[in-house]
Ligand binder design. Structure first.
Ligand code: CA
Length: 258
């Protein structure tokens, strides 16, 4: 009994210290007192046709006509330079970026999202999150691809983190990934996206960069089922193209003011 009381007392002491420590850290950072603004974070895709874009409204890159683009994202972390540091004229080159961990915008953004950014050839913008976020210059949005293991087996995103469909030389093609890799989306503008009053920001998946170095005319339908498949676990022998797309993904994503 005595021993139990003693260890309970010890436990209580540790908890108290931990709590006090946490409270102090919070005061020092003062994130709750930072000026903040209402903002939205959305996502979309961009792509430019190499040849006569006016002649064909579909995005055709390196031999692939893209019609659908679905991507899963989670663990979004937005990194910024605080407005106070900008106003103080601190050398921003050497400053470490803050994360907006306590903001309602990031809290909502960091959940699991499956985004449909292109459907039947039409580019779409999807809202990832809406909420308050500290004022400042936003430099980076980090996130992880999200593999949806709970999606229905008939869903294109079942066990996949990215799914793209289209045509290669008139044949149907399907491209997918199943890794939950980390992606760092840097601001297109080197001065970042300034949040100071209501702001809309967007994550942009650039199809030209995603398919850089890929020649889709080399893709094959090895099992002759009428679908050129490029992805892990596929019977079609397109693993070189798959690896190229996988290694392009991080450089294919950026973010900007909407
Ligand atoms: Ca096939």
């Amino acid at each position: 009994m005595n021993r139990t009381m003693k260890s309970f007392g010890k436990g209580f002491l540790i908890v108290s210290i931990a709590f006090t420590g946490w409270a102090c850290t919070e005061d020092q950072n003062d994130t709750f007192d930072e000026p903040n603004s209402s903002a939205t974070l959305s996502a979309t895709v961009v792509g430019e046709n190499a040849k006569s874009p006016a002649a064909n409204e579909r995005i055709i890159i390196n031999g692939l006509t893209t019609t659908d683009f679905h991507v899963g994202i989670k663990e979004v972390e937005m990194r910024y330079v605080a407005k106070a540091d900008i106003l103080a004229g601190i050398d921003l080159g050497s400053i470490s970026l803050n994360t907006s961990a306590n903001s309602s915008l990031q809290t909502e953004a960091s959940g699991e999202h499956t985004l449909v950014l292109m459907s039947s050839g039409d580019v779409q913008t999807e809202t990832v999150a809406q909420g308050n976020t500290p004022d400042g210059s936003y430099r980076e949005v980090d996130f992880r691809l999200f593999k949806d293991t709970e999606a229905d087996t008939t869903d294109f995103m079942h066990e996949r983190s990215l799914w793209i469909s289209g045509q290669i030389d008139g044949e149907n093609a399907s491209i997918w990934l199943d890794e939950e890799m980390m992606v760092t989306a840097e601001s297109d503008d080197e001065d970042g996206v300034m949040v100071d009053g209501e702001t809309a920001m967007e994550i942009v998946f650039d199809l030209n960069k995603l398919f850089e170095g890929v020649d889709f005319s080399t893709a094959v339908d090895s099992n002759n089922d009428g679908m050129i498949e490029i992805g892990p676990g596929s019977d079609d022998e397109n693993s070189a193209i798959q690896s190229q797309i996988e290694s392009n993904i991080s450089s294919a994503v950026s973010f900007r003011k909407k």
